[in-house]
Design a protein around this ligand. Structure first.
Ligand SMILES: [Zn+2]
Ligand SMILES: [Zn+2]
Length: 142
C-alpha cells in the first residue's frame, strides 16, 4: 500500500453508473469491517472500506441517497441500483469511508487490517494474516 501521506487519485461508480465519484488526496486506511451493521447494509459477510479525507471526494455523476444507520452515522447508496457507496460518522466529520468494491481499480488498494472481528463469521477466511481489531483501530462505531 502507498504511503499514507502520498496523494492518490481514484474514481469509482455504483453498479448502474447513476452515481460516480472522483477522489484526490491521501488514503488513510483500507480495512475489512466485520460489524453487523456493515453486513446488513452491504448484504455481504463483510465490507472493505477505504477511508479518506472527505474534502477530496467529489461526485461526478448523480447524487447518492443518505440513510442514517445509527445515531451518529449515515450511509450513502445509489437511489437507482442500491449499491452501498459511503459511510460517514459525525464523530469524524473530516473523514469518509468509501466501499472499496465500487472503485474502478480496487486492486490498487489491498486491505491492511480487520476490524470488529468479534462479529466476524466463523467461516470467513479472508486475510486472516492481517491484524485483528475487536473494534475499529482508529475510532468508529458503526
Ligand atoms: Zn446505481
Ligand atoms: Zn462495519
Amino acid at each position: 500500500m502507498a504511503d499514507a501521506q502520498e496523494s492518490q487519485s481514484f474514481t469509482g461508480r455504483c453498479l448502474c453508473g447513476a452515481c460516480a465519484y472522483r477522489y484526490e488526496g491521501p488514503v488513510l486506511s483500507v480495512i475489512h469491517c466485520h460489524c453487523t451493521l456493515c453486513r446488513k447494509a452491504a448484504g455481504a459477510p463483510f465490507t472493505t472500506w477505504i477511508t479518506v479525507p472527505k474534502a477530496g471526494l467529489s461526485w461526478t455523476q448523480g447524487t447518492p441517497r443518505l440513510h442514517r444507520s445509527s445515531s451518529h452515522a449515515e450511509r450513502a447508496f445509489c437511489p437507482s441500483c442500491g449499491s452501498p457507496l459511503t459511510f460517514h460518522t459525525d464523530k469524524y466529520p473530516e473523514e469518509i469511508d468509501i466501499t472499496l468494491g465500487t472503485l474502478d481499480e480496487p486492486e490498487r488498494f489491498p486491505a491492511t487490517a480487520n476490524c470488529f472481528t468479534g462479529s466476524r463469521l466463523s467461516w470467513v477466511k479472508a486475510d486472516l494474516h492481517l491484524p485483528d481489531y475487536p473494534a475499529d483501530p482508529d475510532h468508529k462505531d458503526r
